[in-house]
Design a protein around this ligand. Structure first.
Ligand code: SAM
Length: 283
């Protein structure tokens, strides 16, 4: 019998990802934002970007066929909890679980409806994900608004399309500066680690992606996250307008006067400290 490519095992002793996807009939679904990473070298690079994880529970959102999951386990994650919405992926994930007994917990469900704090009751936690962009952004905002702070997670290592990654790490004055940059900069140190070209995914998306690593600040400026989100949403919702106009629904000039901020300024000129001041001012 001759050995074909799909008979060969990958470095972790499991079948190559392409063979896993074929065997389980995992035709990608656009509605679930499925662009799979099938190269274990690349998923290994993402796992390394998350840092050491020997003592950690790593929560991975959207594992799909498990390329990143396998890299996290090879990288030494003490335990990986995966949350996947698509039940077609479960048999492939069960195979990984059998290969690494006791080190994976598989949850089938929607990450947007998952109580992450309930998963994080044992030891330090890191969160890693390659998610569809809209789900990823929504989850990121939830993690940035977590209470209490510092939160239950030590870091977030997340894949986004490059343009969203730039918004996350943007500072005042940058054209990409907006609500995401204010929230991320307020509570974390965020940096883009590396870019991932479209051809690294199956099927290839239209745009370049980037891996962003965020580490919670231990002492962010005091502010109510939800209020900060609201203020930035209004301020950047009409980013070309003066703040006295864009912030009208929250008190406009009266609010700005009380916070000591010039109402003729535009949102992109305000520092994170000034946004916190606005969030803390009630009129
Ligand atoms: N992590 C895998 C990889 O890197 O190859 C898959 C990445 S693919 C971009 C996104 C994955 O997230 C898919 O497996 C999809 O089914 C899953 N997904 C999409 N929406 C989800 C949600 N709301 N909750 C949990 N998983 C979700």
């Amino acid at each position: 019998m001759t050995e074909t490519d799909s008979d060969k095992l990958a470095v972790d002793g499991l079948p190559p990802l392409r063979a896993v996807v074929e065997r389980h009939g995992l035709a990608t679904k656009k509605a679930l934002g499925q662009n799979f990473l099938l190269d274990l070298n690349l998923t290994g690079r993402i796992a390394r970007a998350a840092g050491s994880m020997e003592k950690h529970t790593v929560i991975e959102v959207g594992p799909g066929p498990g390329g990143l999951t396998r890299a996290l386990l090879m990288h030494g994650a003490h335990k990986v909890v995966v949350i996947e919405r698509d039940d077609r992926c479960l048999p492939a994930l069960e195979e990984i679980a059998a290969h690494y007994p006791g080190r994976i917990e598989i949850i089938q469900g929607d990450a947007l409806k998952t109580d992450f704090t309930a998963l994080a009751n044992k030891g330090p936690v890191k969160i890693v994900a390659n998610l569809p962009y809209n789900v990823g952004t929504q989850l990121l905002v939830g993690w940035l608004e977590a209470e209490p702070w510092p939160p239950y997670f030590e870091s977030l290592t997340l894949m986004f399309q490059r343009e969203v990654a730039e918004r996350i790490v943007a500072a005042a004055g940058d054209s990409a500066y907006g609500r995401l940059g204010v929230l991320a900069g307020w509570r974390t140190r965020a940096e883009i680690r590396f870019d991932v070209p479209p051809q690294a995914f199956w099927p290839p998306p239209k745009v370049t992606s980037s891996v962003v690593h965020l580490v919670p600040r231990s002492d962010p400026l005091p502010a109510d996250g939800k209020r900060l989100s609201l203020v930035t949403q209004h301020a950047f919702g009409q980013r070309r307008k003066m703040l006295r106009q864009s912030l009208k629904p929250l008190g406009g000039q009266t609010l700005l006067d009380a916070a000591g901020i010039d109402g003729t300024r535009r949102a992109e000129t305000l520092s994170i400290e000034e946004f916190c001041r606005l969030a803390n001012t009630r009129v």
